[in-house]
Design a protein around this ligand. Sequence first.
Ligand code: MEZ
Length: 571
Amino acid sequence: MYPDYMAESLLKVVQTRPKRLELARKPDPVYPPMSAEERRTVLEGFHPDFEASARRKVRVGPNRDESLTTEVADLLESHAWLRSNQVDLKKPDFETDLLIIGGGGAGCNAALVAMKEHGLRSIIATKLRMGDANTMMSQGGMQAAVSRTDSPTRHYLDAIGGGHFENKPELVRALTEDGPGVVKWLEDLGVCWDKEQDGSLKTMHGGGTSRKRMLSCRDYTGAMIMRTLMDEVRNHPDMIEVKEFMPAVELIMDDKGHCAGAVLYDMESEEFFTVKAKSTVVATGGYGRLHIRGYDTTNHYGATGDGLVMAYRAGAKLMYMDSVQYHPTGVSFPEQIAGFLVTEAIRGAGGQPLNKDGELFVFPREPRDIEASAIIRECVQNGGGVPTPSGRVGVWLDSPLIDMLHGEGYTEKHFPAMYRQFIRYGIDITKLPMLIYPSLHYQNGGIEINERCETDLPGLYVAGEASGGLHGRNRLMGNSVLDYNVFGRRAGKYAGEYAKKVKLGKLSLAHLDSYEKELADAGVKTDLVTPVLLPSYAPEDVRKRQLLRADNELPGTSVLHNRLHDERSGA
Ligand code: MEZ
């Protein structure tokens, strides 16, 4: 339930509703969409990427001297868990055709296609359980041009416009042209898309879409897709081996510069294991749990940008790592679920963002970066936000309008996840608005790929949120769900083709030593050891005690014991 002091503001929402409802029933926009100039002004003034300390130059690696998001630069200027002499690469613990790092949607798609198209075996190594991924958490839908009034070309133009015309065109072309085929692939595997009475696919609008293009499974779209892909992977244990709680901590190269697998860390036994693979797919997702600029996040617990740092140390170039997506509508209250996603489909269905006086202050379906910036401006500059008991702030998202527009019961039927998320805390979103604020949602950039998911490093493929270039500096809703399916499948196809012909040389971790040297030469001084693996939510005083316990070693080295090395070196 909302605290009593919010009652006055809630009353204003009720008072302004009849007028807003009348407007929403007309074909015209409920609020004037911004001009290009207005968009630029709000972005530069209020998007967190434009804050003075949001970016800094990275001092090492393939993107040296480029301005990156500060937290990403910190992540890249960090020590590895391992040095080359700590692991014996002569006798790898496991060998496979494809090593797939990450057990979300992209990774599962890659393994399935490598098996179905090439008859190849994969190991999926994942930090938590298979499906513990942002894939599982996406709600509102997947874009694909399937309706009679739509086409891949229109989808292409929307995606490029949303990305401020900076997207890599060949990637957008692959995304939009493969879209309809992905819808069929998923349906054939068992995904139950929402349908109209006549059996055709139901489509909705999302921010920045010129046609209704959002396919959904109510607001459990990601859960439905992930469950289906996982079932299919589990159906083939002879071809796809899943190693859970075994994150990769470093890529292995060969002496010819090919990527040749990875070192895994068994979180239960605390041992390192080596995997030799003909090709390697990084599908580790994004970095929401880095809590960039202190923002809450919609992301799952494991989203710590592990693939970025491993690939970067090995020499892969990153793209657009100065750009972060804040979802306009994360939960601001109840604070137990602060940052959780409130799907954009709520605005697609007619939900309106309102200030503390119940007034609309932005067109509800501006592209994400614009919408988020307008909400921040309303709270920070205009004083239009509603404070929460613990010092957060938010604006209302008027959800009761949805049933008024579409008929009683619509919200509970089409947004069951959202309804449950709030009713647990005594807030019935069919009767009361939600209090929301932007929440860190997506890594717009990532490891640079081409349309075959290839990186600068032969044998290293990347798919899904870990990759960069597709979305430019702003992704539209539903394009990430399509992204991990399209490029997960492509990674399986092209990494498979490569695996069939490559001849690997001698395995090596020499790049780790070179990177350490580069850090020293650049004068970088840091305690940070990465990949982060699990984010720490311990407060400062607890952290200090943890450091003392570690006997002043680098934080984390006491946690990760290199038993493999100890055993092999007889220590
Ligand atoms: O693409 C997304 O980020 C998505 C589907 C999120 C949402 O608002 O539901």
